[in-house]
Design a protein around this ligand. Structure first.
Ligand code: BTN
Length: 248
């Protein structure tokens, strides 16, 4: 994949900007990076706090040539890439389904994948936010979020992180795009996530709650959750929260 990186001081959302460019015909590999976002978007309509120079705010335009049913694996691929990029800086990350990167139980990075129809076909915008520093965390996330600086004492610039991240993204996206890609990506994800199986979790989606133990992933990346009654629920979307180990 050829990368073309455009940097901004301030944008509303790098995802929105990348989607705009994709609609205008941008090729796969266009990356938008901003020092600051004024309307950073999280999953499920939430806000992503995006203070100046406190995080990496990054989006890439992808045009995957995958069977549609495998499209959700683009998100998992990005999770694997972020995981390995953070490891290079001395962080010990975990991946919580579907795409939260955690250190212990604290979130260090989030991924928001959005699809857009363009005149040359469907594009996927993968937006990645990584916390570089914790000092500007608002009170409501201070206890549940962490940063590269808090974990390692290192002050990494967004440029340094973007360089390593784009290397891993290209590497794993190439894997996803080859014949056995989906199987390979699931294997990489499994190796990096403590949530793959045997983890007591609560899944919440649109007010519906499922409690159970994780039981692997489906071929499209959906999470299997074995409930107390023994049935297996296939979770395509939702928020996953770890339940304490004494849950039964
Ligand atoms: C999440 O809720 O965990 C996903 C957060 C994704 C945040 C990133 S920051 C760069 C890109 N632009 C956005 O507006 N959101 C994503």
């Amino acid at each position: 994949m050829n990368l073309n990186i455009i940097r901004y001081e301030t944008v509303g959302s790098t995802n929105t900007e990348a989607a705009k460019q994709a609609k205008l015909g941008a090729d796969e590999g266009l990356c938008i990076i901003a020092d600051q976002q004024t309307a950073g978007k999280g999953r499920h309509g939430r806000t992503w706090v995006s203070e100046k120079d406190s995080g990496l705010y990054f989006s890439i335009v992808l045009r995957p040539k995958l069977e549609l049913r495998f499209l959700p694996l683009v998100t998992l691929t990005a999770g694997v890439a972020v995981h390995d990029a953070l490891k290079e800086f001395g962080v010990k990350p975990d991946i919580k389904w579907v795409n939260d990167i955690l250190v212990g139980d604290k979130k260090i990075s989030g991924i928001l994948a959005e699809t857009v129809e363009t005149s040359t076909g469907l594009a996927v915008i993968v937006g990645i936010g990584v916390n570089l520093r914790s000092r500007n965390f608002p009170d409501d996330i201070a206890d549940i979020a962490t940063s590269i600086e808090a974990e390692t004492g290192k002050r990494i610039s967004s440029g340094e992180l973007a360089e390593v991240l784009t290397r891993y993204l290209s590497y794993f996206y190439d894997i996803l795009s080859n014949g056995r890609g989906p199987v390979e990506i699931l294997r990489h994800w499994q190796q990096r996530s403590s949530y793959f199986s045997g983890k007591p979790v609560r899944v919440t989606l649109d007010g519906i709650i499922i409690d159970g133990i994780t039981d692997g992933l489906e071929e499209n990346g959906a999470l299997r959750v074995r409930t107390v009654g023994g049935s297996v629920k296939i979770v395509q979307a939702g928020d996953v929260e770890r339940l304490r180990p004494n849950y039964e």
